[in-house]
Every structure is written in structure tokens, then in C-alpha cells.
Design a protein around this ligand. Sequence first.
Ligand code: GMT
Length: 379
Amino acid sequence: MRIGITCYPTYGGSGIVATELGLELANRGHEIHFISYANPIRLDPDTPRIHYHEVEVSNYPLFQFPPYCLALASRMADVAECYALDLLHVHYAIPHSIAALLAQQMVQAKRYLPFVTTLHGTDITLVGADRSYFPITKFSIEQSDGVTTISEYLKLRTEEVFGITGDIRVIRNFVNCDLYKPASGRPARRTRLLHISNFRPVKRALDCVRILHRVRQSAEAELLMAGDGPDRGPAEALARELGVAGHVEFLGKQGHVERLLPRADVLLLPSELESFGLAALEGMACGLPPIATRVGGVAELVTDGVDGYLEAVGDIEAQAARAVSLLTDDALYERLSGAARRTATTRFCSSLIIPLYEKYYEEVCRRLPPRELLHSAGV
Ligand code: GMT
């Protein structure tokens, strides 16, 4: 198929899923066209069958807010025409879904261009539910030819929050288990906790520093903090205040997470809310048991006590106690680490999940309105 993919190209789960999906689809023979304002961070544009089309948003003194959505819609329609795209697949509803709807209408004199919207989390739970975006988010979901969510939890939230009654398909996050794998010959001594996020308040990055501080009262430990965002400065300040700054390394944004993960032992995901928890899955594929919070769709990934731990949001004592036992009990660690890798390979490996997207695309294209109907409706 010839597929146009639009996502936020910056650090963030939805952009990462969209990029990895495009790369996996290209490897399986599809022609993929990324349409966005910048090259997605994990994208290597030299990959065969991958194309990148930049959206240029020109600014004019009259515009207080440059209309990115309109420039994106124009580019989508243009790319769809030039490269005879079969389908647009947009990640994160706002504003990508509306841009796809506009692009669909721009080309409809010639043909029907279907679009699939994948909802990732904050587009529903935070931004979409905001009063100013609610009606248009609901409208764009209803107008999509196909809608997927990354967890059962998010599907239920979408139905609850927006009163959506149409079909929503759950296709969970995935990981390439050949690329994300445990390090061979892991050192016997385990001391490294790792947190990866965009440091937005919802991630509770400061909790990681508090957990490290508590863990160090009974075990040797250090903390790697990968990523960047609004809570990085406050987390650095807290590490100094708690006297653990010498044991926390802030790594900034990381291009190759698959190289970083196998250097750590335990993954911390203390989020306030997480529709799935891609960082935990990538860690599990590398054999890192996650210590996560029992929120959103995380329980669809992590089975408490089997392949990781789930604790209450903000319960530093409980999360630190889990970290101490994983760092100090060899048998426990081996059991959870092996189970974490098994969960990734048997349930969330890209080889299992990508075919679900392919089948869904075929299904969406098959149920397009018949040509005669479109003609009689003036399309
Ligand atoms: O929270 C993020 O890291 C960004 C956010 C996004 O929409 O870009 O991530 C969401 O999508 C990820 C990929 O599908 C999920 O694994 C995350 O759980 C989800 N984040 C939240 O729901 C807070």
C-alpha cells in the first residue's frame, strides 16, 4: 500500500509509535510517506520506501498563530495526489485528524481518500477533553474512516468522554524485539535505575529522584534520567536538595534508546496517567522489569509481581522497596527480567502487531463508500 503518516515528530510516545510503524511497514514492502513539520526523530530517511515531506508554515504578521493545520492539510492533499496514496494514517487526534479530513475533502472530486486516526492518550484524556478542543476532537474521531486506540483503557475513555458509539479498534503499542534485546553478559552487580520520558508533569519525573533517595538508604543505586522537558530543571534541583545529585545523571534526549536500555537494570515509570506505557515495553524487551504505577492501560502490559511491579501513584516508599528488592535479590531479578522479555516477545513484538495494522487498513479500504454512491452524492 501507499500510506501517508502524520505525527508529532518530536520526542513523545505517539511520534515514536508512528515512526516505528512507518519503518516496520516499509520493511514489509509498503511505500510510506511521512508528512510533518520536521523529520521524526527516530526516522532514517535513507531507509528504502520511506519518504519525508516537510510541511512549511509561512508566517505573516497578521497571524498571531500560524495556521499549521491548514498548511498540513494542503500538504497531505498534495502528497496524496502526487503519490497516489491509498490511505492517510494520523497519530494524535489534534490537529492531525482534522487536517486529514480537510485533505480528504480537497481530493474528493477525484477519489475517496480514507484516513485512520490513532488515539494515543493525552489527545483524549487531557487536550481533547479541554473545552476549547472537545467539539472538534469528537467531530474528527466521528469523521475518521477508522479509529484505533493503543489500549482497551483508552478505547473505554474515548467512548466515555466523547460518547463515541462507532467501532474503535484496539491495536496496542509494539516493540521490535530483534533491536530491543537484553545485553549479553549483564554485570552481576545491579545498581542502575532508568527513567525515560518527555519530563512533562504527567510523568512525575521528580518521583524518580525521590525513589533513588529512598533506595540509597538501603542499597547502592544510581539513576539515569533520559529525555528532556519542563520537569527536568525541577528534578535536577530536587536531586541537589536531597543530596543525591552525584548519583543522578541527566542524559538529555536520546536518539538510540535501544542502546541505552540494556545498560540499565530497572525501569521507573511513576506516571500520573499512562494510556499504555511504551517506555516500559521497550525496557521489558531489553529484560528490565518496570516499576510502574497502576494507572490507565499499564496493567494491560505489566502483570504485577510477574514481569514488573505496579504501585499507587506517588507511593515512593512502595516503589523504592520494589527497586531495593530487584537490585539486591538475584533470583527475583532473574525471574522478573526473564518474564518481562517474554511478555514483550510473545504479546507485543512488532512481528505480531504490525499485521494487525495491515489488516485494519485493508478493512477500512474495503468498506469505502461504493463509487456510485459517492457520485450521486456529488463526490
Ligand atoms: O506521554 C507521552 O510520552 C506522550 C504521549 C503522546 O501522545 O505522544 O504518549 C502516549 O502515547 C504513547 C504511545 O502510544 C503511550 O505509550 C503513552 O502511554 C501515552 N501517554 C499517556 O497516556 C500519558
